[in-house]
Design a protein around this ligand. Structure first.
Ligand code: XBP
Ligand code: MG
Length: 250
């Protein structure tokens, strides 16, 4: 029986990655570093999951000669980036992707548990949820994210943590992801994965997802079906998820 839905954050709950990119660039400028990541450059760097890891990878590959002076500053750069990202999200304009609020509401009404499993830092999750859900009425039963996981995606750690805290088996849940590494992470945790491709994952292969769509769809705004299981009317509803899940576990 379907007992839980587990959502990735960046690119899945909302199209956040360009704000992350802007926050990184703001931190570089704020600390006197003449670095700037274009959208294309950031898309390449997104193959490295985790902002701290991504920053370290960039410094090691692009500024290796200065690594000894830069390495001690990586934490400071990422901390400023996280503050600036929070300001950007607080500044509004970052809404949930199509169908996310609807499906979450359907799940809550039906008593289906809700979890988050993200590589991003916890303050980023808290700010995104605070801006998009009413005070004191946050929908998620469990939030697993950032450095709680010993290994970042594509390792399964963060989904394993979410499953354990939700007290459900992988066979009783469905994961929602937008990226190749995220799909890999959820699959390796034993979860079936529904992929909603995002702006920064246009080039990602979504192999392994049992269904891939442009988004979760809304009445009057059906999604584009990309691969795998197709959803009646181009909308992923809880009823349709339950019907798929029942078939798979029959
Ligand atoms: C996406 C990530 C994160 C964000 C940046 O996480 O890889 O690293 O890009 O956030 P997910 P941080 O798709 O799993 O939500 O700088 O806080 O890591
Ligand atoms: Mg993501």
């Amino acid at each position: 029986m379907l007992r839980a839905l587990i959502f990735d954050v960046d690119g899945t709950l909302a199209e956040t990655e360009d704000l992350h990119r802007q926050a990184f660039n703001g931190a570089f400028a704020g600390l006197g570093l003449d670095w700037s990541w274009s959208p294309a450059r950031y898309a390449d760097l997104l193959t490295v999951m985790g902002g701290k890891e991504r920053l370290r990878h960039y410094v090691e590959t692009e500024h290796g000669a200065e690594i000894e002076t830069l390495r001690p500053r990586l934490g400071e750069i990422h901390d400023l980036k996280t503050r600036l990202y929070g300001d950007l999200v607080e500044g509004g304009g970052l809404t949930l992707r199509p169908g996310v609020a609807r499906l979450i509401a359907e799940a809550r009404s039906a008593g289906i548990k809700l979890g988050v499993a993200s590589t991003t830092s916890r303050p980023n999750v808290d700010t995104l949820l605070r801006v998009n859900f009413p005070e004191g009425d946050l929908p998620f039963d469990v939030i697993a994210c950032g450095d709680e996981a010993a290994r970042k995606k594509p390792a399964p750690d963060v989904f394993d943590i979410a499953l354990e805290r939700l007290a459900v088996a992988p066979s009783e849940a469905v994961a929602f992801e937008d990226s190749g590494p995220g799909i890999r992470s959820a699959l390796d945790a034993g979860l079936p994965v529904l992929a909603t491709r995002s702006r920064y994952t246009e080039s990602h292969r979504l192999d392994g997802a049992f269904s891939a769509v442009s988004d979760l769809g809304e009445p009057g705004a059906p999604h584009r079906h990309l691969a795998g299981h197709a959803w009646p009317g181009g909308i992923v509803t809880l009823d349709a998820l339950r019907a798929w899940h029942a078939r798979g576990t029959a």
